[in-house]
Design a protein around this ligand. Sequence first.
Ligand SMILES: NC(=O)c1ccc[n+]([C@@H]2O[C@H](COP(=O)([O-])OP(=O)(O)OC[C@H]3O[C@@H](n4cnc5c(N)ncnc54)[C@H](OP(=O)(O)O)[C@@H]3O)[C@@H](O)[C@H]2O)c1
Length: 136
Amino acid sequence: MPLYQPGLEVPVLEQFSLKGKTALVTGGSRGIGRQIVQGLAEAGADVAFTYRTATEASETAASIAERTGVRARAYYADVTERIALGETMDRIAIEFANGHLNIVIANAGVCQNVPSLEYDEEAWSHMNSVNYDGAM
Ligand SMILES: NC(=O)c1ccc[n+]([C@@H]2O[C@H](COP(=O)([O-])OP(=O)(O)OC[C@H]3O[C@@H](n4cnc5c(N)ncnc54)[C@H](OP(=O)(O)O)[C@@H]3O)[C@@H](O)[C@H]2O)c1
């Protein structure tokens, strides 16, 4: 159905509703990712997110689910471990998203606030494996 039909207007906020959609946010345990999880949940989506070191990730998911009324669940994943990450995404799609994820946000990332000439090779390589390879 078109969103706008004269005489049959869909309420504006309803047009942004994600009710019935499923989403995955990598690195959703804290920072920007956590706010994205919260925003998707407030818009009505069921949200899975991954964490790597956050020990309270399950509690975070439970608290978001309780406040918004959607399903939210935390899954461990290191985005630099390609095969394991793929397996986790498959698992999330099957057991959390009924076989179909509508939204994936590749948020997990790292950053070192140092001048470019001070990056050593190991730090540069790690940053790229998280921020670029991890997103891909
Ligand atoms: N904050 C800013 O001003 C800013 C500006 C521009 C761009 N960004 C980018 O936006 C993204 C989020 O930034 P943020 O400030 O929210 O960062 P943050 O607070 O440091 O959070 C980073 C998130 O990424 C996860 N993560 C890190 N390494 C990972 C890995 N190897 N595998 C899986 N997950 C990993 C962390 O999980 P755990 O906590 O579980 O370890 C955490 O959830 C990053 O890509 C960042 O570079 C941020």
